[in-house]
Design a protein around this ligand. Structure first.
Ligand code: ADP
Ligand code: MG
Length: 247
């Protein structure tokens, strides 16, 4: 493992009675959830079920209309994103096109006031973790989709967050790349010891990647189970009318 990626304990998260209203619409409705340190949790549900809104509240980009979020016992409900130790990866890699790969990865460190030498060193280490050593001087336009998404991952882990939030990070990739990146993210999770909340509308992806799967519908958790249990007793999923709705 790269030096900069020593294992840290993942964050422990408690969500109580979380609600987000947009006008009359309750996008998230009285949602409670405990995520133990180091867990890989998938939020699975059809489009519009509130997955992204939950993630945005965990990250601090949206303020809940009710309820509370604590991270490691600290009330974070109204903290700005910068005050939470969180890395994020979105569906579209959102790299800065005019910055080199290394400067993209180092960007969060710059925001945090790290020295130039420190930024270069830590960004290079993060690139090593995602197996892109030697790509630092390229521009994003010179990379494949999978490589860009790995750069986005490197940027998310560069300051060693204890919580990694991912919103459909692989859904823009083709099948082969997606499978490769699934393994990559799993490996990162176990190497870094970080807590992961991973949003997807793909049940196969949720089942292969996660320790536990929370099925969202209408802003509520309909079911939360160990991925293994869902594998062994898929009838649960069918009886929830879930698979038919997903496709
Ligand atoms: P998902 O990620 O599961 O597709 P979202 O969390 O994006 O679901 O959205 C949940 C519901 O909230 C949807 O009905 C969506 O239209 C609505 N919504 C999400 N963000 C906003 C917003 N900023 N303003 C108004 N409605 C929103
Ligand atoms: Mg979404």
């Amino acid at each position: 493992m790269a030096n900069g990626a020593q294992t840290t304990a993942g964050a422990e998260i408690t969500v109580r009675g979380l609600e987000k209203k947009f006008g009359q619409l309750k996008a998230v409705d009285d949602l409670s959830l405990d995520i133990p340190s180091g867990e890989f949790l998938a939020l699975l549900g059809p489009s519009g079920s509130g997955k992204s809104t939950v993630l945005m509240m965990l990250a601090g980009f949206e303020v809940p209309t009710a309820g509370a979020i604590t991270i490691d016992g600290r009330d974070c409900t109204r903290l700005t994103p910068q005050k939470r130790n969180i890395g994020m990866v979105f569906q579209h890699y959102s790299l800065f096109p005019h910055l080199s790969v290394i400067d993209n990865v180092a960007f969060p460190l710059k925001m945090r006031g790290a020295s130039r030498a420190d930024r270069r060193r830590r960004a290079a280490e993060a690139l090593e973790v995602v197996r892109l050593e030697g790509y630092g001087d390229r521009m994003p336009s010179q990379l494949s989709g999978g490589q860009r998404q790995r750069v986005a991952l490197a940027r998310a882990i560069v300051y060693q967050p204890r919580l990694l939030l991912m919103d459909e990070p692989l859904s823009a990739l083709d099948k082969n790349l997606r499978e490769e990146m699934q393994l990559e993210i799993k490996r990162l999770h176990s190497e870094l010891g970080v807590t992961v909340v991973f949003v997807t509308h793909d049940q196969g992806e949720a089942l292969t990647m996660a320790d536990r799967v929370a099925i969202l519908r209408g802003g509520r958790i309909q079911q939360i189970s160990a991925a293994r249990e869902l594998y062994e007793r898929p009838a649960n999923l069918f009886s929830a009318g879930f698979i038919g709705e997903m496709n």
